[in-house]
Ligand binder design. Structure first.
Ligand SMILES: Nc1ncnc2c1ncn2[C@@H]1O[C@H](COP(=O)(O)OP(=O)(O)OP(=O)(O)O)[C@@H](O)[C@H]1O
Ligand SMILES: [Mg+2]
Length: 390
């Protein structure tokens, strides 16, 4: 197993996988969690957001609901005793309800918030609420101290940076002018009188109850203000602590790599720790082997000559066309592998932080496939080559 990876899964308490949509954040989080449980004696939790159905099944996550489930890893032959693996799937709505339950000043407010239609909308759909609640749920589990390592998958946000700022943004939101403005008529009769015409028009356009519900919701929510701000700041504090590292995931293509680079910059600006950057779906090493490339080259250049040697009794012409075809496919892939290398070389990140995870031909939908990825993550080995940015 790779040294850097081994260090991360042994020493950290929180690993957060982050990156652009579809690059393999969920898969990587699950693979890291699995190898951590197999290779250390730690109690590991994979806190996942949106696993594909089959992957969820493989981890025994039949239902949503923030329920922590033990994952059976006894099927892996292992020479030494290993840790334990658990998984939970983040349920945004349930997490919001928990949060309200915790910070509502009394039972009445709590029930009014939970019954408010705007609340139902915000907690269920609002994208940023998803980002925030993922961090919030992480903080909650971390504080309970039941796990040695929590590997967190992040939601597919439109902008991967969003969730980094979610705790701060939530705090800002609570102290925002907009919020005070919306709730003003409900707090003061004088303002209410001044705003009446506006509210009447707005009600006609948006539906008679809409603004009243919005205002009521924010009024109720403001009663939780202090608890919330304090909490959001603590969440941000944990993310910044040395116990927490980010694992930035990208695929070896131009756009995801540039997005990853942007993300690396954002981590730095915010004082968050980079554990590793993982280039997922990386092409296999044999494509970079000069002997293999030469062999493929001669299959393309002289298929007839090679076919003369005879092949399974097949007609030499048939064999020649098969060889030429196979050879040219290999050459194409080798070209892609070379591009991948030059892309890696343009990364302005400490070279020893860059890892590659292999591309699997099959869908990653069971524990053995996750183990294949996790155990084959290795150094991208870009330290020896010139980095044009440096
Ligand atoms: N190394 C790999 N080899 C082959 N297939 C992979 C690999 N990594 C991920 N996949 C597949 O790619 C798809 C997307 O992966 P995944 O769901 O992990 O991405 P994600 O970054 O979590 O996406 P989203 O942004 O939507 O949450 C899945 O079908 C997964 O099985
Ligand atoms: Mg995902």
């Amino acid at each position: 197993m790779d040294d850097l990876l081994s260090k991360l899964i042994t020493e950290k308490s929180i690993l957060v996988t982050a990156g652009a949509g579809g690059v393999g954040k969920t898969t990587t989080a699950a693979a890291l969690g699995l190898v951590a449980a197999l290779e250390t004696r730690r109690k590991v939790l994979i806190l996942t957001v949106d696993p594909a159905r089959r992957l969820a099944d493989a981890m025994g996550l039949a239902n949503f609901g923030n329920v922590v489930t033990r994952v059976d890893i006894s099927g892996f032959a292992h020479p030494h005793p290993h840790g334990a693996l658990y998984a939970a799937m983040l349920d945004t709505k349930a997490s919001w309800d928990d949060l309200v339950a915790r910070y509502a000043p009394n039972m009445r407010v709590r029930q009014e918030i939970l019954a408010n239609p705007i609340y139902a909308n915000i907690s269920g759909r609002f994208v940023q609420s998803h980002d925030y609640i993922a961090m919030e749920a992480l903080y909650d589990i971390y504080n309970r101290g039941e796990f040695d390592l929590i590997v967190v998958d992040t939601p597919p946000s439109r902008n991967a940076i969003d969730f980094l700022d979610a705790p701060e943004r939530m705090a800002e939101f609570f102290s925002s002018k907009l919020l005070r403005w919306i709730t003003a008529p409900y707090r003061s009769r004088l303002v209410a009188a001044a705003f009446k015409p506006f509210y009447q028009v707005a009600d006609r356009i948006l539906g008679s109850q809409f603004l009243a519900e919005v205002a009521e919701f924010f009024m109720l929510f403001q009663s939780m203000y202090e608890g919330f701000i304090e909490r959001a700041n603590s969440v941000a504090g944990v993310l910044r602590s040395p116990q927490c590292s980010f694992v930035v995931v990208a695929t070896p293509e131009y756009v995801p790599m540039r997005e990853a680079e942007f993300f690396l910059g954002a981590l730095k600006e915010r004082g968050l720790n980079l554990g590793a950057m993982i280039v997922n779906r990386s092409l296999p090493d044999y494509l970079r082997d000069p002997h293999a490339r030469r062999a493929a080259g001669s299959m393309v250049a002289e298929p007839a000559k090679l076919a003369e040697r005879g092949f399974a009794g097949a007609d030499a012409k048939v064999v020649a066309s098969v060889l030429a075809e196979v050879g040219s496919t290999f050459v194409d892939f080798a070209g892609l592998a070379a591009e991948e290398r030059s892309l890696l070389a343009t990364l302005s990140v400490e070279p020893n932080r860059v890892l590659r995870a292999p591309y699997l031909e099959t869908d990653v939908a069971d524990l053995p496939a996750l183990a294949r990825i996790g155990y084959n993550i290795k150094s991208a080995d870009i330290s020896t080559r010139g980095n044009p940015r440096k």
